[in-house]
Design a protein around this ligand. Structure first.
Ligand code: ADP
Ligand code: MG
Length: 713
C-alpha cells in the first residue's frame, strides 16, 4: 500500500498538475513528504502591529497597519523605482519597489487600510521597507500568531505561486485524515528519551506554530534528527572502513627517527607536539589505515610533526610524500626539510608543475626504484604517471585547499593505501571537525612553542599612512622585513592587479633604499618563485603580495604585516596572514589598514582581530558570523549544505547529543541488525524491529543518492 507521505503532490488539493510540475522542477518537491519537509525558513510575529515610532537600530521583520498617502515614480533605467509613503496614523515611512513599478502603482491604492510587512531599514534618516508584502487589512480576521515564510524562487514568484498558496496546500495536507498515519522518522526509544514531540505534532508546529515554545521544540527535534542521521551515516562508514581497509603496520622506531630526535632538533618539542606524535605512533601499529587530521594554529609547529611522522615511515622501509597547496609552500617545505634530510642522510626531492622535463624523469625513476625517500610537491605528485615503489605515508598540508577527489587519489598510490596525515591551520571545534571531516580522527596541537610574543595588532585608517610608514621605516632600519598584502577578489582580477601594482610603485618610491619584491597569482610559477626567493633570502626587504602568501610561508625575520583594505578579508584569512609574522624572536606587528567608515560587520571582524590571537576563538567567531557553509574546509565536504535546519556553527550542543546518540545506537545495535550474543548492549538504546526499520528507511531516504562519505578524508 502506498504510504501517505509517498503520495504525489499533484493529488493534493490546491496543487494540481501544473503547479506540481513547477514545484518538482524548482525545488524537487514531488511527494507529500517533500512538501512537509519544505519548512518555512523564517517566522514572523504577526500577533501585533508595530508603530513606526518604535523603530530603532536593527529591526526584525514586522508588520505595520496604516494607509498609503501617496505614490511617486523616481529614477531612470535600473534605478527606476516606485515609492509609496505609508502612514500608521502617527508617523510616516516609505515603501520602495524596484521592479514592476508601473503594475504595482496601479494595484496599491491610497486611503485604504493595509497591513504592510517587511524589514524596516533607516536610509537618509527615513525608515523604509523595500518590496514589502502587502495585504488589505481585515478587522474581522482573528490575529495570527507566528507565521511561517517559505522560500520562493524567482520563477515560482513569476508563475504566480504565493505564500498563501503554499500555506493552504500544507494546511490541506495536515487536515487529511490519512495524515495521522504518516510514518515516524525516529525510533520510539529516542523520542521518549529526549522527550521529543512525535512526527505529526512536529510537522504541525513547524508549519503552523501555536506558540514560540512548540516551534522551538519542533525545530529542536528536526535539528537533532538531521544531525543524528548524518552522524549515524558517517560513523557507519568509518567503522566499516576501520574493519575493511588494511594499513601498513609500522612496528619500529628506528635509527633515522631516533637520530634526528637526539641530535638534530634545535629545540625541545612542545607537550602538544609530543602528544600528537604518540597518537600517530599508535595509529601505525593497528594494522588499519591512518586517517588523521592535525589541527594546529599558525606557528604551532605542524611541519616538525609531519617530518617526524615521515621518519617513522622511512625507518620501516617506506617512502613518504608531502603535498602542499601552492608551489611557494611546497618549495618552502622542501627547503626546510632538505636541511634536515642532509643531516641524517635521506634523499628528498621536489616535484611541482614547473619541474623541468629532465629532473622530472629523474624523479620518476627515483620514486619507482625506491631511491627517493621523501617527495615534496604540489598536486603534481598525484598525477597518474607518478609511481612510488612503496608509498607508506602521505602528508597533506593545509588540507582545505584540496578537493576530496584529489585526496582520494593519494590512496591509490600503493596496493595497501598509505597512512594519511592531514594538517590544517583552520581550527574548528572538535565535534564539528569530526562531523565535517567525516571519518578523520582528530588531533589538536593546542600549544604554541615557548617564547612566542603575541603580534601587536593595530587597526589604522588611511589618514594614518604617515605613522604606519614611519613604523615600517624604523623596522627596516633595524634590519627587519615587511609584508604588504593586497586583497584579491576574483570577480575583478584586473582591478586587483592594478591596485597591487600601484601599491608596489608607491612602496618602491616610499622606501627607496631597500629592494621590493612582488608576488601575485597571475605570475608564472617560476617568476613567483624567483620573487619569493628574493624575499626569503633577505635580498628584498619588502614583499608586496596578494594572498598567495597566506598559507604556511615562513620568514622569521619578517616583523611587520601590513594588510591593505583589511575590511575585504575574512577573519580566518586575516588570522592566517597575521601568522606570517611573529615567527622569530623579535617583537612584531600586524597593521590592518581600512577605511574610516566601516560596516558594522567589518568593524566587528577587525575588532576581534585586535582583541585576540587565539585561532579557535577567531574561527568560532568567523563561523558564527558567516555560517559554516562559508568556511573553507567545510565547503568541499558539502555537509554544511546538506543540512536544512541544523546549523553546525550554532547548534554545537545538538551536534554533540546527536553524535553521542548515534554512537550508543551503533554500539547497542551493531550493523543495525539483531544484536550478536555476548555483546552487552545498553537496553535504553536497543531497538526493536520497528525502530531498526525506521532507521534503515531514513538512512536510505536521506543518503541513497548522496556522496559516498567514506572517501572524505
Ligand atoms: P605551522 O604549524 O604554522 O606549520 P611551523 O611548523 O611552520 O608552523 O613552525 C613555525 C616555527 O616554529 C618554525 O620556525 C619551527 O621551526 C618552529 N618550531 C616548531 N616547533 C617548535 C618548538 N617545539 N619549539 C620552538 N620552535 C618550534
Ligand atoms: Mg605550516
Amino acid at each position: 500500500m502506498q504510504r501517505f507521505e509517498d503520495n504525489d503532490i499533484k493529488y493534493l488539493k490546491g496543487i494540481g498538475e501544473s503547479r506540481a510540475r513547477l514545484l518538482a522542477e524548482q525545488l524537487e518537491i514531488k511527494k507529500f513528504r517533500d512538501l512537509l519537509d519544505y519548512y518555512p525558513f523564517r517566522y514572523v510575529d504577526r500577533s501585533r502591529f508595530y508603530k513606526i515610532e518604535e523603530f530603532r537600530g536593527e529591526m526584525p521583520l514586522l508588520q505595520v497597519k496604516g494607509e498609503f498617502i501617496s505614490f511617486r515614480k523616481e529614477g531612470e533605467g535600473r534605478r527606476r523605482r516606485l515609492v509609496g509613503v505609508f502612514h500608521d496614523g502617527h508617523r510616516m515611512m516609505e515603501c520602495v519597489w524596484f521592479s514592476k513599478v508601473d503594475t504595482l502603482a496601479d494595484v496599491w491604492q491610497t486611503r485604504k487600510p493595509y497591513v504592510i510587512f517587511g524589514k524596516p531599514t533607516l536610509f537618509n534618516s527615513v525608515w523604509s521597507m523595500s518590496h514589502p508584502e502587502i495585504e488589505a487589512y481585515d478587522a474581522t480576521r482573528p490575529p495570527v500568531g507566528l507565521q511561517g515564510i517559505y522560500s520562493m524562487t524567482e520563477v515560482m514568484r513569476k508563475r504566480g505561486i504565493t505564500q498563501k498558496m503554499v500555506q493552504n496546500a500544507v494546511k490541506n495536507m495536515l487536515a487529511m485524515p490519512a495524515f495521522n498515519s504518516i510514518s515516524e522518522t525516529l525510533p520510539v526509544n529516542i523520542i521518549e528519551l529526549f522527550r521529543f514531540p512525535d512526527i505529526r505534532s512536529t510537522y504541525r508546529s513547524l508549519h503552523f506554530p501555536a506558540d514560540a515554545d512548540s516551534l522551538r521544540r519542533a525545530r529542536e527535534r528536526m535539528k537533532f534528527e538531521e544531525l543524528f542521521y548524518l552522524e549515524l551515516q558517517i560513523l557507519r562508514y568509518s567503522r566499516d572502513r576501520g574493519r575493511k581497509i588494511a594499513g601498513h603496520i609500522l612496528p619500529v622506531i628506528g635509527e633515522k627517527f631516533n637520530g634526528f630526535y637526539a641530535n638534530c632538533i634545535p629545540f625541545e618539542l612542545t607537550g602538544a607536539q609530543k602528544r600528537v606524535l604518540r597518537e600517530i605512533r599508535a595509529d601505525m601499529r593497528t594494522g588499519r589505515q591512518m586517517n588523521r587530521l592535525i589541527q594546529g594554529d599558525v606557528g604551532s609547529g605542524k611541519t616538525m610533526v609531519a617530518f617526524m611522522t615521515m621518519l617513522m615511515g622511512i625507518d620501516n622501509g617506506f617512502q613518504c610524500a608531502l603535498m602542499a597547496p601552492t608551489e611557494i609552500l611546497a618549495s618552502q617545505h622542501y627547503e626546510t626539510m632538505r636541511g634536515w634530510c642532509e643531516q641524517i642522510g635521506l634523499n628528498i626531492r621536489l616535484l611541482t608543475g614547473s619541474t623541468k622535463a629532465k629532473p622530472r624523469r629523474e624523479i620518476h625513476a627515483g620514486l619507482s626504484d625506491g631511491t627517493i625517500d621523501i617527495l615534496v610537491g604540489t598536486h603534481a605528485l598525484i598525477e597518474d604517471n607518478v609511481e612510488f615503489a612503496n608509498l607508506g605515508i602521505a602528508v597533506i598540508d593545509e588540507q582545505h585547499r584540496f578537493g576530496v577527489a584529489q585526496r582520494a587519489k593519494l590512496w591509490h598510490k600503493n596496493t595497501i593505501p598509505p597512512h594519511v596525515l592531514v594538517m590544517t591551520a583552520t581550527p574548528i571545534p572538535r565535534t564539528l571537525a569530526m562531523t565535517v571531516y567525516g571519518d578523520l580522527d582528530v588531533s589538536v596541537i593546542d600549544e604554541l612553542p615557548p617564547g612566542r610574543k603575541p603580534v601587536d595588532t593595530w587597526l589604522r585608517s588611511y589618514d594614518h599612512r604617515g605613522e604606519v610608514n614611519r613604523h615600517i621605516q624604523r623596522q627596516l632600519d633595524e634590519g627587519r622585513q615587511i609584508y604588504i598584502v593586497y586583497p584579491l577578489v576574483r570577480e575583478n582580477e584586473k582591478l586587483d592587479l592594478r591596485s597591487l601594482e600601484t601599491g608596489y610603485d608607491i612602496t618602491v618610491r616610499t622606501f627607496p633604499q631597500v629592494q621590493v619584491a612582488m608576488v601575485h597569482g597571475q605570475m608564472s610559477a617560476a617568476d613567483k618563485d624567483a620573487q619569493m626567493q628574493r624575499f626569503v633570502s633577505g635580498e628584498a626587504r619588502i614583499l608586496v603580495a596578494t594572498t598567495v602568501i597566506e598559507v604556511g610561508v615562513n620568514v622569521p625575520n619578517a616583523t611587520v604585516m601590513v594588510i591593505e583594505n583589511a575590511e575585504r578579508f575574512g577573519l580566518s584569512q586575516l588570522h592566517q596572514l597575521r601568522g606570517r609574522v611573529g615567527r622569530g624572536a623579535d617583537r612584531s606587528w600586524c597593521i590592518l589598514m581600512a577605511k574610516r567608515e566601516l560596516s558594522a560587520d567589518s568593524r566587528k571582524r577587525l575588532g576581534i582581530m585586535t582583541e585576540t590571537s587565539d585561532g579557535f576563538l577567531i574561527s568560532e567567531a568567523d563561523m558564527k558570523m558567516r555560517g559554516p557553509g562559508d568556511m573553507e574546509g567545510t565547503q568541499q565536504s558539502g555537509i554544511a549544505f546538506s543540512l536544512k535546519m541544523a546549523n553546525l556553527a550554532t547548534d554545537g550542543q545538538i551536534v554533540q547529543r546527536a553524535r553521542e546518540a548515534a554512537i550508543a545506537i551503533l554500539d547497542a545495535n551493531p550493523e543495525l541488525g539483531p544484536v550478536a550474543e555476548g555483546i552487552a548492549a545498553d537496553m535504553r538504546w536497543r531497538l526493536d524491529n520497528t525502530g531498526l526499520q525506521i532507521i534503515a528507511s531514513e538512512l536510505h531516504r536521506r543518503f541513497a543518492k548522496e556522496t559516498d562519505w567514506s572517501v572524505i578524508s
